[in-house]
Design a protein around this ligand. Structure first.
Ligand code: AMP
Ligand code: GLY
Length: 430
């Protein structure tokens, strides 16, 4: 199969690595990709939202399958664009239709969906400019902390967990009145705060059946001990010690199955990944959010732990045999540590030369996935906040983290920073 993968981050490098390892993959293209994906396939300098150019590339390269990494092309309707065109309608597009991608693209839509299908999630109300004052009253009377969310995509910045009513009202005003996130903040969801530990569960579905392909715990805060501002993710671990059979059974019965049943009942066309962002509240799983794509950096650990051939699974998703697939996982503990540019998630410098990447053996037991990197002459230089993700394994979580750190010690760029404490709450888990 000829496969085109969309995106350019660590998630896409990990997906490219898994896809390229499949005997079913005969050619791999990545748009736009990064220097890491260039080692596994051919990068194409095309934007993920440039649908006409992607269509043309698919025709030229005789692409059989498009795997969509990030959410924006899905929310913008790439699935529908390819399916509506005779020249591309035969291509398998891994990702939901525009309507189904609203599960991520509109927080109001996803809250209503969960409500309709009895899926546990924090209680909420939604407001717009029309009932702005009503919203102010609702927020002022809401127990603290209170969560204020812009309805639409806001590049991961549209959620404020407010400790005071003043902070909550300010965020609300910025979203609706000052259009801080443009149209994404025209509707605001006000939500109760759930106390617990977050975990991400990943499912592949064809809209009828599904398979769980992995789970991970992401470390979102920039500082050690979970301090400082939120980031896109500073690292992750998998498996997560508290995600035992009993917990996964609750997730399956209360969340995954009602979600798939809801997708079917509402006739949403969904053939792709679902990322369930969950909160473990005293042993009970609640949904924080749906994403219609894989997570980053979670993909960097979920793909290496998945033993099953991904391309075969994606083909099964397309031909109606996903429910019969056998999924297996490697029996080891994994940790991913993300190396970021100094200053991230605020402003950070770019163009810093990265050294040491060539000292890490391909096919070795640690994996380096590139994220915010680019080529400059012969060198690979930094081009983003999250620069690379190192994934390593061990018999214990502690040894996995240690291996990742040993690898990071061999990589250098000026101002490189990473969290040394990934997995800190679970010392020496066997
Ligand atoms: P979201 O974009 O919905 O994932 O929200 C970003 C982050 O805000 C989540 O990963 C959580 O850490 C936090 N968050 C969102 N909603 C809630 C909630 N209802 N209770 C507690 N934390 C939340
Ligand atoms: N790591 C969280 C995300 O991908 O949204």
């Amino acid at each position: 199969m000829n496969i085109l993968l969309l995106g350019s981050g660590g998630r896409e490098h990990a997906l490219a690595w898994k896809i390229a390892a499949s005997p079913h993959c005969s050619g791999l293209w990545i748009a736009p990709g990064n220097p890491g994906t260039a080692q596994l396939g051919t990068n194409l300098p095309l934007g993920v939202n440039d649908f006409p150019a992607l269509r043309q590339a698919c025709i030229e390269q005789q692409i059989d399958m498009v795997v969509v990494g990030p959410e924006d092309p899905l929310v913008n309707g790439i699935y529908d664009f390819f399916k509506a065109d005779e020249a591309t309608s035969h291509i398998i597009v891994v990702g939901p239709s525009r309507a189904a991608a609203q599960l991520e693209g509109s927080k109001f839509f996803s809250k209503q969906f969960m409500h309709r299908h009895g899926i546990p999630t924090a209680s909420y109300a939604s407001f717009t400019a029309e009932n702005y004052e009503e919203g102010r009253k609702y927020i002022s009377n809401h127990p603290l902390p209170v969560v204020i969310k812009a309805d639409g995509l806001a590049a991961g910045k549209g959620v404020v967990v407010a400790a005071t009513h003043e902070e909550a009202l300010r965020a609300y005003e910025q979203m609706i009145k000052e259009e801080q996130f443009g149209a994404a903040g025209n509707t605001v969801v006000v939500e109760s705060f759930l106390t617990g530990i977050e975990v991400s569960v990943f499912v592949l579905t064809d809209g009828e059946s599904y398979q769980i392909i992995g789970h991970a715990k992401d470390y979102k805060r920039v500082g050690e001990g979970d301090t400082g501002p939120n980031t896109g993710g500073m690292g992750c671990i998998s498996p997560v010690p508290f995600v035992d059979d009993a917990f996964m059974q609750k997730v399956t019965e209360r969340i995954i199955e009602p979600t798939i049943a809801g997708i079917r009942a509402e006739e949403l066309v969904y053939k792709g990944f679902i990322f369930f962002g969950l909160m473990n509240v005293g042993g009970e799983p609640w949904v924080i959010e749906y994403n219609c794509r894989m997570g980053d950096p979670e993909t960097e650990i979920v793909m290496p732990l998945l033993q099953t051939d991904l391309v075969a699974l994606l083909a099964a998703m397309d031909n109606g045999t996903l429910g019969d697939a056998n999924i297996s996982f490697y029996d080891k503990k994994g940790a991913t540590i993300v190396a970021v540019s100094e200053g991230y998630p605020g402003n950070y410098p770019k163009n810093r030369v990265i050294t040491g990447l060539d000292t890490i053996a391909a096919g070795g037991d640690t994996l380096v996935f590139q994220a915010g990197t680019t080529n400059k002459g012969e060198a690979i230089v930094t081009s983003g906040g999250r620069v690379l993700a190192v994934t390593a394994f061990g018999d214990t979580l502690t040894s996995a983290v240690q291996h990742a750190r040993t690898t990071l010690d061999r990589i250098h760029f000026e101002g490189m920073y990473f969290r040394s404490d990934i997995g800190y709450e679970f010392p020496d888990q066997k």
